[in-house]
Design a protein around this ligand. Structure first.
Ligand code: SF4
Length: 320
């Protein structure tokens, strides 16, 4: 039986620009206004991030009824419906919107085309907060498509003005298949100029494709609620490599590593690098003597913060 020799790290992995920004918004709101700061839904889908912010005074809620009048409220990176935005305004809450700008781009597109009379197909997962937020940008006219079977079943009210948008964190390959089926069934389908699946999701899936060929087992760091993290694990499995998701090093099981010489490690877009390093340390303790970082695109994307979060220490010249 082969002994553990090498850890292979996917590049890029972990935090994306939207997650960085969302966490910074909560941290700045806590520093500026003091605890408690309310956050609608988990700010990003990672247990450790949420627990850390909760310890520092963030209160995570699912409905606005749980938020006292006049309190500071932050919308999570996944975005919210118009109804939630209106409810927050009516309640007099001081809102900071941590919706990822790449999700907002989809919201803007949906609202604009709906005004022009378009009906939509939204490729995504039922129940995911991003899907609820996007569907809630308009009053009807959006059909959720999860599978190829849904493409065959869907019945739009007309076939001249049809458009498609997607959740930002899907499997690139599955989505391409569903898009092809939609194109085949609806000739006039309007597609976004640039795909809605975000750069971070695409890059992390590309990195897993490169890594999976070189390892015996893949470990994906991230929480079960994270869509893009689940897609990374599924992708590795589809490429024929056993793959497991862990929130942190304590969840690694020895039996997963039995017979493995090389272990690939990656992380979803909401998983902090410290947790990845914890997994690497554990693998080293189990016998891995080398850590090899794969080549991958360097991500330089940064999103501006919303207004009103400049900290006193930053003075008048700060950018937030
Ligand atoms: Fe934005 Fe993509 Fe990150 Fe989601 S995964 S927060 S859409 S950059």
């Amino acid at each position: 039986m082969a002994a553990l020799q090498e850890v292979v790290l996917a590049e890029p992995r972990g935090f994306c620009a939207g997650v960085d920004r969302a966490i910074e918004i909560v941290e700045r709101a806590l520093a500026k206004f003091g605890a408690p700061v309310y956050v609608r839904h988990e700010i990003v889908h990672n247990r450790h991030v949420v627990e850390d912010l909760r310890r520092r005074g963030a209160v995570f809620v699912e409905t606005l009824e749980e938020v006292p009048t006049g309190a500071v409220l932050i919308f999570s990176a996944h975005g919210v419906s118009r109804a939630v935005q209106q409810q927050a305004a009516q309640r007099g809450l001081r809102v900071f919107d941590a919706t990822c700008p790449l999700v907002t781009k989809v919201h803007v597109e949906v609202a604009k085309l709906r005004r022009e009379g378009y009906e939509f197909f939204l490729i995504g997962h039922a129940g995911h907060p991003e899907v609820e937020g996007t569907m809630g940008q308009v009053d009807g006219g959006i059909h959720l498509i999860e599978t190829l079977q849904d493409v065959a079943r869907v019945q739009p009210a007309q076939t001249e003005r049809l458009a498609v948008v997607t959740q930002t964190t899907l499997s690139v390959d599955d989505t391409a298949e569903i898009l092809a089926a939609l194109r085949q069934r609806f000739a006039a389908l309007r597609e976004p100029k640039q795909q809605d699946i975000c750069y971070a999701t695409q890059n992390r899936q590309d990195a897993v494709k490169l890594m999976a060929r070189q390892v015996d087992v893949v470990v994906v760091v991230g929480s079960p609620s994270s869509s893009n993290t689940n897609r990374l694990r599924e992708l590795a499995q589809r490429l024929g490599v056993p793959a497991y998701m862990v929130d942190d090093a304590s969840e690694l099981r020895d039996e997963w590593l039995a017979g493995a010489a090389r272990v690939g490690v990656t992380a979803g877009a909401s998983a902090p690098e410290t947790l990845v390093q914890g997994v690497v340390q554990r693998l080293k303790a189990l016998g891995a003597s080398a850590v090899r970082r794969l080549e991958g695109p360097v991500e330089t994307m940064r999103f501006p913060l919303p207004k009103g979060l400049k900290l006193a220490a930053e003075g008048a010249a700060g950018s937030a």
